[in-house]
Design a protein around this ligand. Structure first.
Ligand SMILES: Nc1ncnc2c1ncn2[C@@H]1O[C@H](COP(=O)(O)OP(=O)(O)OP(=O)(O)O)[C@@H](O)[C@H]1O
Ligand SMILES: Nc1ncnc2c1ncn2[C@@H]1O[C@H](COP(=O)(O)OP(=O)(O)OP(=O)(O)O)[C@@H](O)[C@H]1O
Ligand SMILES: [Mg+2]
Ligand SMILES: [Mg+2]
Lengths: 227, 227
């Protein structure tokens, strides 16, 4: 479902030029579960933003569900993103003036669900991550880990075909982190493809494969033995 | 240096009322190194904000270096905070329009260092956390873990007497996390008092004591055996 060839990304702004990704190849089959690891600054979030069609590569090819993303217009790109991909941002990216419930409902509007159905789906997603008693709180009225769980609920509520999660458990205690992984694992068992950045080896071992980045290149692409 | 008695905090806004801290007692001696742990939403950041004089408790007493904080005016509170405490926020709280270097220099202005000395101190702090080649980047031009390390450099550059760090390594790979802990450990050996929130048991075991919160109360206050 994801096929990346020689993808590169160089940031150029003012007098700052950084080659965040030098050249990355990556194949992800439908239903696969891949962990992306690597030191701080090695290009993980940059790669995730390219996979999530939130940014365009400087060079290289990216095919999502067989379609060449580079040839899509901005509108088509947004359409692919909304219909196809659930994204958990490293900094959550919750809208500060919307409640937890409204933040989770927002992507569902795009999918055309009726208001009542949207509310029910969003309430179930928030209950699944343990926030049933915080649904009307604004992000500023939530703890760091609660905000992170709202971001996870928002990405999963619409049952996307592909989940791209950038550090989905970094601010969670181990029990809350395992609860989130159990939800992701369950959806992966149902066929959802998962690509996840993590610094935590225990979280990575929920996945079937670990891709390690170093200085913008793939250092290792290792299948984990089952069990 | 920190003496907290029966401190409580209830948030009341609109129709939301949450008792984040029910009643917490805490004593921290000068030069001590304490880890605060507990599930997501258990009140750790709320406690750190009270210890850092960024918020006032609903009830209870807090004495910092022997002075009753409740009786200080807002100006005196800001003065104590700037002269005494280095704070690492869970969401970094970097100023988006300042470079990494300018963010680290900002608290030093308050301390009256000359411009040349400030620049030198800030450059050393950023080099110590491995960001010598990112000093002119804006926060948006830095990775998540790089932003976190700028926040650590900013809190430590002025060699505060007390470091309050809310999850200082959550977004760092284990090597960068150990590098940050080595810096904090070194300053603690030199007499800096450290109170740190963490979800990571390995990071917590750099400390001498672990205080575990649950639902806004202290569940456990456990001294770790040396070595
Ligand atoms: N401004 C606020 N208004 C209302 N409730 C709040 C506010 N800030 C925090 N809370 C609530 O207070 C409780 C404690 O929050 P706090 O941020 O201290 O938790 P925490 O232990 O730091 O959690 P985490 O590990 O997820 O960061 C949470 O349940 C949260 O929803
Ligand atoms: N907008 C930008 N402009 C310039 N450089 C950038 C920009 N965004 C990121 N970078 C740089 O690109 C490199 C890769 O950043 P990226 O966010 O992908 O790293 P990461 O692997 O996600 O790190 P972390 O684990 O700390 O989140 C970093 O060195 C960073 O400084
Ligand atoms: Mg990142
Ligand atoms: Mg917190």
């Amino acid at each position: 479902v994801i096929a990346v060839r020689a993808i590169a990304k160089t940031y150029r702004t003012g007098y700052v030029t950084v080659t965040a990704l030098a050249s990355v190849d990556l194949d992800v089959e439908p239903g696969d579960m891949v962990a992306i690891m690597g030191p701080s600054g090695s290009g993980k979030s940059t790669l995730m933003n390219l996979l999530g069609c939130l940014d365009r590569p400087t060079s290289g090819e990216y095919r999502l569900a067989g379609r060449a993303v580079a040839r899509l217009s901005d509108d088509q790109l947004a359409d692919v993103r909304n219909r196809f991909i659930g994204f958990v941002f490293q900094n959550y990216n919750l809208l500060p003036r919307l409640s937890a419930l409204q933040n989770v409902e927002l992507p569902l509007i795009y999918r055309g669900d009726a208001a009542k159905r949207r509310r029910q789906i969003a309430l179930e997603a928030l209950a699944a991550v343990g926030l049933a008693d915080r649904v009307h709180h604004l992000p500023a009225q939530l703890s760091g880990g609660q905000q992170q769980r709202v971001a996870v609920a928002r990405a999963l509520a619409g049952h996307p075909q592909v989940l791209l999660a950038d550090e989905p458990t970094g601010n969670l205690d181990s029990r809350s982190g395992q609860e989130v992984m159990a939800i992701i694992q369950g959806l992966n068992d149902g066929g959802m493809t998962v690509v996840m950045v993590t610094h935590d080896e225990r979280i990575a071992h929920h996945c079937r494969r670990i891709v390690r980045l170093l200085d913008g290149s793939v250092l290792e692409n290792q299948v984990l033995d089952a069990g």
